[in-house]
Design a protein around this ligand. Structure first.
Ligand SMILES: Cc1cc2nc3c(=O)[nH]c(=O)nc-3n(C[C@H](O)[C@H](O)[C@H](O)COP(=O)(O)O)c2cc1C
Length: 372
């Protein structure tokens, strides 16, 4: 199919720390559960990510920095040499196809299960996830997590830093610290999950401490220009009750402001929302915004281009899209040409493993998917 290029700020180049991005479209991190049971990325993942290498930046899926941080079965990890080797195949394929890649580092905290990791999950406080959690034998009731000691908090900070070093060894240009979506860092930020009375709990200034320590340690380990942070202000996913959203995020951004980080990444960014506008004012660095396209609803016919352009107009520097990239290996070319996008074929294939619903989405030119 021939397409007529459309003018849009989305296709202007941008800089991200030391990286030159050819466009402003970022592939958002998406867990796809295609790793081995030990968290080692499998060869099919090299094909999947290389197919999407025309993204300005790919942020690869949530990867656990230690064994107890594992959320779900078959998610990727980055704490053993075998994880580095597995990811190296992926980054080589993406670089070979002309792309650039960060890795998201995620500790699940209370979102995990002994049947998955072999360990009792840890969290700021012993408050269980109020919903079932995925395990190798299917969804199960969540267990009460063990409250982290201060020593465990310190060793977890060190694990994040070590994971970031391994990610760079594996060929990633940088890492994204996952402080969103109800996982461990978000659990520390939120009042509902953080009932501590020590220096890591209580007032907002204490509840942000763990996130700030993680980000600082990661920035010291690999350089701040290689580090992004993902936040989800107000999101209630995974049973999160922040309590004082309007205070948490300004305080957090203030504490991160002078670190010289590569970017801040905001989930479910709404250009009309006062908090998003406030975040844009407070954050002087690069801002990646992730629009609300509506989980479970069909993708917009324009693949999210209008939503993306609205966020750029509201001050975002880069736009991350998730399901549009999942279903369209050549999303950038489609949006540039104003061409229709593939819909997600089957959500049941999001986390099932294998190539089905993963590397078999067709490209616009009908050439079929690339295999590396
Ligand atoms: C299959 C799938 C896996 C996801 N995995 C992650 C992940 O590993 N880390 C993360 O921060 N967000 C993850 N997300 C959330 C997306 O990055 C994005 O913020 C969100 O889905 C946007 O909502 P939308 O699909 O309605 O546009 C995932 C989303 C999908 C669809």
């Amino acid at each position: 199919m021939s397409v007529t290029p459309v003018e849009s700020p989305l296709f202007e180049p941008a800089r991200l720390g030391p990286l030159a991005l050819p466009n402003r479209l970022v592939m958002a991190p998406m867990t796809r559960s295609r790793a081995s049971a030990e968290g080692v990325p499998q060869p099919v993942m090299a094909t999947y990510y290389a197919q999407r290498a025309t993204a300005g930046l790919i942020i690869a899926e949530a990867s656990t920095p230690n064994a107890v941080g594992q959320t779900y079965p078959n998610i990727t990890a980055i704490h053993l040499p075998s994880h580095v080797d597995g990811w190296r195949r992926v980054t080589d394929a993406v670089c070979g196809a002309g792309g650039r890649m960060f890795l998201q580092i995620q500790h699940g905290g209370r979102v995990g299960h002994p049947d998955t990791s072999g360990l009792t999950p840890v969290a700021p406080s012993p408050v269980p996830l109020p919903e079932p959690v995925s395990t190798p034998s299917g969804p199960q009731e969540a267990v009460v997590p063990r409250e982290m000691t201060v020593d465990e908090i310190r060793s977890t900070v060190a694990d994040f830093a070590a994971a970031a070093r391994r990610a760079v060894d594996a060929g990633f240009a940088g890492v994204e610290v996952h402080a969103a979506n109800g996982y461990l860092l978000h659990q520390f930020l939120a009042r509902g999950t953080n009932r501590r009375t020590d220096a890591y709990g209580g007032p907002v200034a204490h509840r942000i401490r763990f996130v700030v320590e993680v980000v600082r340690a990661v920035a010291e380990a690999v350089g701040p220009e290689r580090v992004g942070v993902r936040i989800a202000p107000g999101l209630t996913v995974n049973g999160i009750e922040e309590g004082d959203t309007e205070e948490i995020y300004p305080a957090l951004l203030d504490a991160l402001a002078d670190m010289g980080l590569a970017y801040l990444h905001v989930v479910f960014a709404d250009p009309e929302q006062p908090l998003f506008r406030r975040i844009r004012t407070l954050w002087h660095g690069t801002l990646i915004a992730n629009p609300v396209l509506g989980w479970g609803r069909p993708l917009p016919a324009d693949g999210g281009r209008e939503a993306a352009e609205r966020l750029l107009a509201a001050g975002a520097d880069l736009i991350s899209l998730d399901r549009p990239f999942l279903a369209n290996p050549d999303l950038v070319e489609r949006l540039r040409g104003g061409a229709p996008v593939n819909q997600v074929r089957d959500e049941a294939l999001f986390y099932t493993g294998g190539a089905d619903g993963y590397t078999d989405y067709p490209t616009l030119d009908g050439a079929g998917p690339v295999t590396v």
